[in-house]
Ligand binder design. Sequence first.
Ligand SMILES: Nc1ncnc2c1ncn2[C@@H]1O[C@@H]2COP(=O)(O)O[C@H]2[C@H]1O
Length: 255
Amino acid sequence: MKLKVLGCSGGIGGPEARTTAFLADNDILIDCGTGVGDLALEELAAIDHIFITHSHMDHIVAIPLIVDAVGEMRGVPITVHAIPEVLRILRAHIFNWLIWPDFTAIPDRRRPFLRLQPIKVGEDVRLGTRTITPLPALHSVPAVAYRLDDGNGQLVYSGDTTYSPELIAAINACPDLRHLIIETAFSDEQHGLALAARHLSPGMVAAFLNEIRSAPEVHISHIKPGQAERVMAQIAAAGARLHATALRQGQIIEF
Ligand SMILES: Nc1ncnc2c1ncn2[C@@H]1O[C@@H]2COP(=O)(O)O[C@H]2[C@H]1O
């Protein structure tokens, strides 16, 4: 599988700071932040599936815009996969005819532009040779991480999470973990905010990484704008067993 980082910043602020979205091959999005806005219309029209970690704006903002942009061009709906709590929030607060039209009923309910598909933690979703599995995460709103597997080892993406023994256990259950994309939203000076907003700080991510029993490449994502150097230096200084590098917008991970 080929994963292209369209955005991996914890916020906006110039062309290098797009919010989270990963393009898997050419037809699957994992999260749907502002990074999606850089795709051409033809690339947007090729997206059949969108997997969402949680309902926060920086991870969902492009869903309504994609559906409107390419709905007419496609013969089949775009399917948004998420846990039921997240789908309820999208229905109530986004596709409610007030913030955005309800594209699950456009042009009509039998052949809509958008389909909302509930998923469950631990249950595989198979798309051809690819398997995508939601894993437990712990954030300020209901959230999941994802495991991606195309038969050549696994990649785990944490989504937004604070320290989670359940996620650590799920990561340690991966038989051949090649890549771990893990968030570190805030610096150690903002540890209190990291706890309040249920994110990770460098000290917490080092403790998290020390619990991982395999040896994946570790990529740090979701650093808040302007904090990248400080956060990466603090992670290095924490001396975790696993070395970590900052995930870059535009980076391609193949596994
Ligand atoms: N007390 C708070 N709880 C949660 N989020 C907060 C709080 N104060 C500020 N925020 C910000 O609101 C943001 C919402 O998206 P994030 O979870 O990425 O990161 C969060 C923080 O940057």
